[in-house]
Ligand binder design. Structure first.
Ligand SMILES: Nc1ncnc2c1ncn2[C@@H]1O[C@H](COP(=O)(O)OP(=O)(O)OP(=O)(O)O)[C@@H](O)[C@H]1O
Ligand SMILES: [Mg+2]
Length: 292
C-alpha cells in the first residue's frame, strides 16, 4: 500500500470509528458474519452485554476485533480481558489478537506494540492499552482498581469465572464510558453468567446475544452435521451446549437426567418399591392409581 498522508489516515480512523465492519474488513482483513455484526453493534450501544453461544462460530475472533478497534479509535482507553485460565487466554483471545495484528498492513500494524501480556498503541502506551488478567478464586483482587475514561472489560469463558470477580468488576460503572461484556459457552446452570440470562432481576439489565454453531458461514454442511452427531445428536446435553448454544437442562450430566428424577419424585401415580424381607425380590411397579 502506498504511504498515506496524515490527513488520509485520520479519515480512515474516523471511518473505522463509525463502522466496526469497515475496520474489520479494511484494517483486519476480516469479513464479519451477521452474528458477529449483531454482537458488535449491541456491544457498542450497551453497558452490559452477555454473549452465549455454541462452539467455533467466531466469538473469540469478534472479541479480538473489538479490542483492536477500541485501541485504534479511542484515547484514554483501557481494555481488560479476564478468563479462568492463563493458557486458555494465551491460546485463545491473545493469540487471535496476535494473528489479526500480524496480518495488518505495516502502516497500521506499526501503530501497535503487541507483547506477551500487553497490547498498546505506541503513541500512547499508558493511554491506550489492553491486558489480560486471571479470574479465579485466588485472584479476586485482580478485578479491583480498573479505571479509565473508556473502560472496556471482556470476560471470556465467563461461566467458569467465580461470582466474586463480577461483584468487584461492578466498580467500573463509576467511570465515564464503561462496558462489561461476558462471553461463554453456556456450560453451567449456576453462577453469574447464567444469572445474566435467567435471573428474574439481573437478566433485565443485560443486553443479550445468542449464537449457534450454525452461525458459522465458514463451516460446510457436511462438517456441521458430522460435528453435531459427534456432540451426541439432538436432545443430548453436549448438543444443547455446543451446537445450539443453550444452557443444559441440568447442572450435572448424570446417568438419569435430574429433571426426569424430579418428575418421577413428583409423580403421585408412581408406586414406591415394595419394602419386604431381605431375601425377597423388590418389586418395582409404576401402576396407574386409577386402574387399581
Ligand atoms: N469473520 C471471520 N473471518 C475470518 N476468520 C474468522 C472469522 N470469525 C472467526 N474466524 C476464524 O474461525 C476460527 C474459530 O473462531 P473463534 O475461535 O473466534 O470461535 P469461537 O466461537 O470463539 O470458538 P470456541 O467456542 O471454540 O471458543 C478461528 O480460527 C478464527 O480466526
Ligand atoms: Mg473462543
Amino acid at each position: 500500500m502506498a504511504k498515506l498522508t496524515n490527513e488520509q489516515k485520520q479519515k480512515i480512523v474516523l471511518a473505522c470509528k463509525q463502522d466496526i465492519t469497515f475496520f474489520a474488513k479494511h484494517i483486519c482483513g476480516s469479513e464479519l458474519s451477521p452474528k458477529q455484526i449483531e454482537f458488535a453493534i449491541k456491544w457498542l450501544v450497551s453497558l452490559r452485554t452477555t454473549f452465549k453461544g455454541g462452539v467455533g462460530f467466531g466469538k473469540t475472533h469478534i472479541m479480538a476485533i473489538l479490542i483492536l478497534w477500541a485501541l485504534f479509535t479511542h484515547n484514554d482507553v483501557q481494555v481488560t480481558i479476564f478468563g479462568p485460565g492463563e493458557s486458555q487466554i494465551k491460546d485463545g483471545i491473545w493469540k487471535e489478537i496476535g494473528i489479526i495484528w500480524g496480518r495488518m498492513d505495516p502502516e497500521w500494524k506499526d501503530l501497535f506494540d503487541y507483547q506477551a501480556t500487553r497490547l498498546s498503541r505506541k503513541d500512547s502506551p499508558t493511554g491506550a492499552f489492553a491486558a489480560y488478567r486471571l479470574a479465579n478464586k485466588d485472584n479476586i483482587e485482580s478485578a479491583r482498581g480498573i479505571h479509565m475514561r473508556n473502560n472496556f472489560v471482556f470476560v471470556d469463558e465467563a461461566s467458569g469465572v467465580p461470582d466474586e470477580i463480577f461483584q468487584v468488576l461492578g466498580n467500573i460503572f463509576t467511570d465515564q464510558n464503561p462496558k462489561l461484556c461476558l462471553i461463554s459457552n453456556p456450560a453451567r446452570t449456576t453462577g453469574f453468567f447464567y444469572d445474566t440470562w435467567e435471573h428474574e432481576d439481573i437478566s433485565t439489565i443485560w443486553t443479550k446475544v445468542h449464537g449457534k454453531m450454525s452461525d458459522n458461514p465458514r463451516l460446510a454442511k457436511e462438517a456441521y452435521e458430522a460435528m453435531a452427531i459427534g456432540y451426541g445428536g439432538k436432545g443430548s446435553r453436549d448438543y444443547r451446549i455446543n451446537v445450539e448454544g443453550e444452557f443444559p437442562l441440568d447442572e450435572v450430566d448424570g446417568v438419569i437426567p435430574a429433571h426426569l428424577v424430579r418428575e418421577a419424585i413428583e409423580n403421585t401415580l408412581a408406586v414406591a418399591p415394595f419394602e419386604g424381607e431381605r431375601d425377597e425380590q423388590p418389586t418395582f411397579s409404576f401402576v396407574n392409581e386409577a386402574s387399581r
